[in-house]
Structure formats: structure tokens, C-alpha cells
Ligand binder design. Structure first.
Ligand code: NAD
Length: 349
């Protein structure tokens, strides 16, 4: 693998690698851009077929974090870390302690958090070694589960889209189809229900759909039908790449606004949505609430401030909608443009 060329193609940045003989830790920290502040981003702990695939994943994700933090107005750059999950038996505590030492040695240049395969317990282990970790237990001054804040931001983003596209000031009787009612999807349904919206849900896990039905009066549809529901807003809150050649022609909603990361299978699918007159809330703009919350933890956790800053996602989405209309440009390109202008205004060291 041509690592430096790979960095160049992702517009990087720094790449830090660590191998720890005692624990067999193989870890990567990718720092895409730190012009706005120390890089902040989660730590993945999953299996990879090759080390090259792990590096590529870290680079791709770190770049996304730069864009998310910058658009949310945070004084943070974008970073991401990966611990390659060993295929053989391993000592989880020792592994995460060794990872903590790796983060400590970066002296605050990168701050870690939860991501796929890691949880609060892992962050607590890292905390024993370094302070450059977020998403720790509230009893230790941490911000805990980010999902309610992500959901709050998504609800605000949906409100902005509904105002812009449908001219409505509230979500009362607005019909939202939520794809995936896991951590964020569940809290989003709670927000929507409180705002008087009509909800349809789909989840591969029937128990989760049933819970949304019981608690929020949601209608349930099959997972392969949720993108086709006749509704006002389609809210992807499951996996990435859900907006693709197979789904876009069947969408009935005039708005797509949800929490999932990397919703567009390819950037051209954002162009397709624009061409069809469907308003798409760029994923990294609308789902930044969890990041806003952990960024607050870096400064000293204050749930009230986190909430206030998350509510600003309404203005961010409204700004993107207005510029998109003015420029007749797809919203995902408008969001990227706003970030790139912000970054260009800060000289590289
Ligand atoms: P989660 O795993 O708790 O929930 C995902 C849900 O989607 C699960 O209930 C799962 O059963 C369901 N699902 C999987 N495939 C599905 C399918 N084909 N159709 C319908 N449902 C399906 O994850 P989460 O933390 O709620 O995150 C959801 C999405 O939001 C992810 O893309 C994540 O990257 C993104 N996100 C989450 C946060 C956060 O704070 N947790 C922040 C930003 C972005």
C-alpha cells in the first residue's frame, strides 16, 4: 500500500501508527485537519481483512469529522482512530490501556470517543491513562450517551426542512418515516411524538419497531418498504449508503432528513435528489448533535450548553437550504462549500 499517496488522495493530514508487543495492539490515529483545533473523533474497534483497509477507513472517517466539526462551528479538527480487532483471544482491558497510552503520547492533538465496537466501559479504561477522551460516564464528569443529542439535532433539522419546503412552523401532523429505531431512531421518535408528528417506523429488529408503536403510536412497515412510504419526511437512521440508484427513484417524501452517516451511496446521488426536487439535509450537518455534546465535554460538561448548541442545527440546515435554492446547487455540495470556505480562511501552520 502506498501510504503517503493514500494520504494525499484523502487531502491529509497526519497518520499515527502504533504496535504494542505486549498486548498485540495494532492501532491507527488519522488526523485530517487541525486548523480549527485539536482533532476530535471516535475510535472504531472492528475486524478488518487487511491493515490497508483499516488505514483507509480511518482516513475516510477522519476527513468526515473535519467537515462535521467545522460546519457545527466547533473549535475542533477532524480525527478518527481504529484499533484492529484481533482475530485471536485478547485482553480487552490491556488492549484499551495500551491504546490510552498511544493517545496520551499524542498530547491532546487527538481526542478520542466512542464509535462502532467501542463503548462507555472502553472510554473509562482509556481515561485511566489519559484525559484526552470523551463520552465517559456522567459520574466522572462525562457526557454519557450522545444519542439523545443527535436525535434532538435531527428533530431541529427536520423542523428547518419542513419550514423551508412545506412552509410549516411545526411538526404537528407532519408524517415522518423513520428507518431504524435503534439508539438515535428511538430518541428521534420520542422528539417527533412530543412535537405532534405522525410516525411510521421500520427496523430489522421487530422488538424495536413494536416499542415505537407502543410508546409513540408509530405505524410499522417492512424494511424494504420504508423508503417508499407516502410521507412528508424520510428519516434514514440505520446504515449508510441508503440513498442509491435503487431507492431514490421510489422515494415519495419531498424531504430526506435523518441521522445515518454517509447516507449518499455516492456524491452523485445528492445530485439525483436535487434533480428530483427532493430536499436532502446533508447527513453530517443534521447529525452533529452527538459531536456537539462530546465537544462540550472537552471544555467541561454542561448539558444546558450542549442542548443550546445542538438547537443551532436548525439555523445551519436553514442556511444550507437557502443557499441551495439561491445557487440552484445540491445541498450536499453547498454544505461542503461552506466548510471549505471556513477552512480556507484559516492558514495552515
Ligand atoms: P443503532 O445500531 O443503535 O441503530 C441502528 C438501527 O437500525 C438498529 O435498531 C438496527 O436494527 C436498524 N437497522 C439495521 N439495518 C436496517 C435496515 N436495513 N432497515 C431498517 N432498520 C435497520 O445505531 P445508532 O447509534 O442509532 O446510529 C444510527 C445511525 O446514525 C448510524 O448510521 C450512525 O452512524 C449514525 N449516527 C449516530 C450517532 C449517535 O449519536 N449514536 C451520531 C451521529 C450519527
Amino acid at each position: 500500500m502506498e501510504v503517503l499517496s493514500k494520504l494525499a488522495s484523502h487531502d491529509f493530514g497526519e497518520l499515527h501508527l502504533k504496535y504494542d508487543k505486549a498486548t498485540q495492539l495494532k492501532a491507527i490515529v488519522a488526523i485530517h485537519d487541525s486548523r480549527l483545533g485539536p482533532a476530535l473523533g471516535g475510535c472504531r474497534f472492528i475486524e478488518y481483512d487487511t491493515e490497508g483497509a483499516a488505514i483507509t477507513d480511518a482516513l475516510r472517517l477522519a476527513r468526515g469529522m473535519t467537515y462535521k466539526a467545522a460546519l457545527a462551528g466547533l473549535a475542533h479538527g477532524g480525527g478518527k482512530s481504529v484499533i484492529i480487532r484481533p482475530k485471536q483471544r485478547f485482553d480487552r482491558v490491556a488492549l484499551f490501556r495500551a491504546f490510552g497510552a498511544f493517545i496520551r503520547d499524542l498530547r491532546g492533538h487527538y481526542i478520542t470517543a466512542e464509535d462502532s465496537g467501542t463503548g462507555l466501559e472502553d472510554m473509562e479504561i482509556i481515561r485511566q491513562v489519559t484525559t484526552h477522551v470523551t463520552g465517559i460516564d456522567p459520574s466522572h464528569g462525562g457526557s454519557g450517551d450522545p444519542s439523545p443529542f443527535t436525535a434532538l439535532g435531527v428533530r431541529r433539522g427536520i423542523e428547518a426542512c419542513v419550514k423551508f419546503k412545506l412552509g410549516k412552523d411545526s411538526l404537528k401532523s407532519v408524517h415522518v418515516a423513520v428507518q431504524g429505531v435503534g439508539h438515535v431512531g428511538y430518541f428521534l421518535c420520542k422528539e417527533l411524538h412530543a412535537a405532534g408528528a405522525t410516525i411510521t417506523v421500520a427496523d430489522v429488529d421487530k422488538l424495536k419497531s413494536e416499542r415505537a408503536k407502543r410508546e409513540f403510536g408509530a405505524a410499522i412497515v417492512d424494511i424494504d418498504k420504508v423508503a417508499e412510504v407516502q410521507c412528508d419526511v424520510f428519516a434514514p437512521c440505520a446504515l449508510g449508503a441508503g440513498l442509491n440508484d435503487s431507492t431514490i427513484p421510489h422515494l415519495q417524501a419531498p424531504i430526506v432528513a435523518g441521522a445515518a452517516n454517509n447516507q449518499l451511496a455516492e456524491p452523485r446521488h445528492g445530485d439525483d435528489l436535487h434533480a428530483r426536487g427532493i430536499l436532502y439535509a446533508p447527513d453530517y450537518a443534521i447529525n452533529a448533535g452527538g459531536l456537539v455534546n462530546v465537544a462540550q465535554e472537552v471544555k467541561g460538561y454542561d448539558a444546558k450548553l450542549s442542548r443550546e448548541n445542538t438547537l443551532k442545527i436548525y439555523d445551519t440546515i436553514m442556511d444550507i437550504c437557502e443557499r441551495s435554492k439561491r445557487l440552484n446547487a445540491p445541498t450536499h455540495k453547498v454544505a461542503d462549500m461552506i466548510v471549505e470556505q471556513k477552512l480556507a480562511a484559516v492558514p495552515r501552520a
